[in-house]
Design a protein around this ligand. Structure first.
Ligand code: SF4
Length: 333
């Protein structure tokens, strides 16, 4: 099929069922595969291990390159050319953006083409035939984007025409059923992540938070964006948000994301959540925030609780009555 030097390709690799099969299909045709994994801003820059995706790449025996998304992701997510899906997911633009980055990786490592695990018609927005074609064109990868799971439903790509890949051995999967993929994974004993695991932007709660952030704080930063994924959020007033950790891990993540200008809260006498208030805040906002924080501590049913808050490294304590559920619900985003 090709010379002694294996042709290199880059597989967009989430570690899920489809991209694992895409990588396996390429390996079984003798290609030199590198898995490329993008990490959304929610998980990037936080020292995460990305252990699951490393395990799946290792099980396949392919090298893995991890790219953590940074501030440039914001430009795309703030103003997507193709708009949002059901919630805050700009899937078409997101695909284009990532493929452009993948194209740069491909060139830098001397690979010839990009491979994805996309299946036609599997997702409403980004995997319709017209979207697949728009994505390919706009990412500057015309002819160099191979989708082996549905390749036989699409026009032959350069890798197929050049004989780097045997089109006959590719698949023609369409639609949402994962039956064929699961059968393939079973047949070859593939290890993979849960099928169809979506990103947070496709979820209702994150979508609502994102919409509120875009409307009220249009100049939001990458740090604000990351916060969408963590804690309980309360809109204390138009320009101030309180974020309250839900468990120890979230508390730790919030501590990594807190900024010097934020007002930090902790229970003064008992264990409780870590929380902070971001935005312009006066004494009433601090008192309300302290009451909400106390609601999520062991003192939620007490008549009063002492909450410490820190402004510009200066710590004070305020005594409040813990907020009730109606008050919390009124401010909750
Ligand atoms: S589901 Fe999320 S990560 Fe995937 S394409 Fe859509 S926005 Fe991007």
């Amino acid at each position: 099929m090709h010379g002694t030097q294996a042709i290199k390709c880059v597989v967009m690799f989430s570690g899920g069922l489809d991209s694992t099969i895409a990588a396996h299909l390429m390996l079984s045709q003798g290609l030199d595969v590198t898995a490329l994994h993008f990490v959304l801003p929610f998980e990037s820059g936080l020292g995460r291990e990305h252990g699951a995706v490393k395990r799946y790449a290792k099980a396949l025996g392919v090298p893995l390159r991890i790219e953590e998304e940074g501030a440039e992701f914001l430009e795309m997510v703030k103003n997507p050319h193709f708009g949002y899906g059901k919630h805050a997911n700009p899937c078409v633009d997101c695909r284009i953006y990532r493929l452009q980055k993948a194209a740069a990786v491909m060139e830098s490592m001397g690979a010839k083409f990009i491979v994805t695990g996309e299946v036609m018609g599997q997702r409403p927005m980004s995997q319709r035939k017209d979207s697949l074609l728009a994505v390919e064109k706009r990412s500057g990868l015309s002819g160099l984007l191979l989708r082996p799971l549905c390749a036989k439903l699409l026009s032959p790509t350069i890798p197929e025409k050049e004989g780097w890949v045997d089109r006959e051995k590719l698949m023609a999967i369409r639609g949402r059923s994962r039956r064929e993929q699961l059968a393939y994974a079973r047949e070859f004993g593939l290890e993979h992540g849960a099928p169809g695991g979506g990103c947070l932007l496709t979820e209702k709660e994150t979508g609502a938070r994102f919409t509120a952030l875009r409307e009220r704080d249009p100049a939001f930063t990458i740090n604000d964006f990351k916060l969408l994924a963590y804690g309980r959020h309360f809109r204390i007033h138009d320009t101030a948000r309180l974020i309250v950790g839900r468990n120890r891990l979230e508390n730790e993540t919030l501590m990594a994301l807190v900024e010097p200008a934020d007002i930090r809260f902790r229970m003064a006498d008992v264990e409780g959540p870590f929380a902070f208030l971001r935005g312009t805040a006066g004494p009433d906002d601090i008192a309300l925030s302290a009451a909400v924080v106390a609601r999520y501590s062991k003192l939620r049913d007490a008549s009063s609780a002492r909450v410490s808050f820190t402004v510009d490294s200066h710590e004070s304590v305020i005594e409040v009555a813990p907020a009730n559920d109606q008050v919390c619900a009124r401010y909750r985003v």
